[in-house]
Write a protein of this length. Structure first.
Length: 346
């Protein structure tokens, strides 16, 4: 059983290679890059033209959406989805993240790569590490008194907390580029990131009255955080938690801990293609538009191997997340209970 499970991914990868779906989609990405950067410029031109009016808040919403789309493109570039050249991917991601979005590419890539290596594994996946929200029973057990009582209702305030995610990304990025840890191309990242953040705030202060500028910034940061957090949260939250010492083969590690979100072109747009999370985790360098084409093959392969393939509707995914977070200590108490244990050969 263990040997056959290890070979499963190799078999699937060979099938996928033969489809040609790993080939780069240059026209798709160049079109998306040009249009999204153009939209970024158009929003700023509109900010200048609209002037002193509360209608600026609609542009704050538009800017949040555009920045989220640029972040998704940075995500794709960091996964080597856009170009064959590693350098082209890295520098595209670095420019998009630092100069446009205001997030350190080095900090985000390190965090995200750790998540891909061990999704939902305690002590390895930073996305479930201890923090304001308790994602695992171990963290729940460490909380007492009012903090424990609050954590038992954390599902209800998880999404409101996402309004602070945008601010957190900026703060964590600044701490990273100014800290003592290793930062690839720090001489580029640090000045570009800091200038971007300072110029953004200064531009709002110069172009808009204080009240409108402050509200604009709050709306943009809040919605930006919700858009990014809302795209990542339903893909793994509520799926099995893997013990720190568990040894799981690559196919099952990625499939059993991930959840796909059904939807249409609107869902694809606002989730940046991450609604096909299973396929993305199995083939992280596959171009985003090809994930929907490989999905039937992956689903059928998992069915033949008896590997649970989870896919739910858009709104149901958020209900699952809220329900899980409100009952972490029971929902995730025994992550390898049957029938999951049978699928892992334990």
């Amino acid at each position: 059983m263990p040997g056959s499970t290890v070979r499963d991914y190799s078999v699937l990868a060979k099938l996928v290679r033969e489809t040609g779906l790993q080939r780069r989609r240059y026209r798709y990405y160049w079109t998306r890059l040009i249009l999204t950067v153009g939209a970024f410029g158009a929003v700023w031109a509109a900010i200048v033209l609209v002037g002193d009016t509360w209608w600026q808040l609609l542009l704050a919403v538009a800017l949040a959406v555009v920045l989220a789309q640029l972040a998704f493109l940075g995500h794709d570039s960091s996964h080597r989805q856009i170009f064959r050249s590693r350098a082209w991917n890295d520098w595209t991601g670095r420019i998009l993240a630092n100069a446009f979005v205001g997030v350190s590419q080095t900090w985000w890539t390190a965090k995200h790569d750790a998540h891909h290596t061990a999704p939902n594994q305690e002590g390895h996946d930073p996305d479930i590490s201890p923090g304001v929200v308790a994602f695992t029973p171990a963290v729940m057990r460490s909380r007492h008194g009012w903090r424990r009582r609050l954590a038992r209702r954390q599902g209800w305030y998880f999404f409101p907390l996402l309004t602070l995610e945008g601010l957190y990304l900026h703060v964590a990025s600044v701490r990273k580029v100014l800290g003592r840890g290793t930062v690839v191309h720090r001489a580029v990242e640090a000045p570009v990131l800091l200038v971007r953040l300072v110029v953004y705030v200064a531009a709002l202060a110069l172009l808009l009255p204080p009240a409108i500028a402050g509200t604009f910034l709050a709306v943009q940061l809040g919605l930006f955080g919700v858009l990014l957090g809302g795209a990542f949260a339903p893909n793994h939250k509520g799926m099995p938690i893997v013990p720190a010492d568990a040894d799981v083969d690559f196919l099952r590690r990625q499939v059993l801990m991930s959840r796909n979100i059904r939807g249409n072109a609107v869902v694809d747009f606002f989730m940046g293609g991450l609604n096909r999370q299973i396929e993305h985790h199995l083939f992280p360098s596959m171009p985003r538009p090809n994930l929907r084409h490989v999905q039937p093959l992956v689903r059928e392969f998992c069915a033949r191997r008896g590997v649970s393939y989870t896919e739910v509707g858009f709104f149901r995914s958020y209900r699952i997340v809220i329900g899980y977070l409100n009952d972490v200590e029971h929902r995730a108490r025994d992550p390898f209970a049957c029938p999951l244990a049978a699928q892992l050969g334990r």
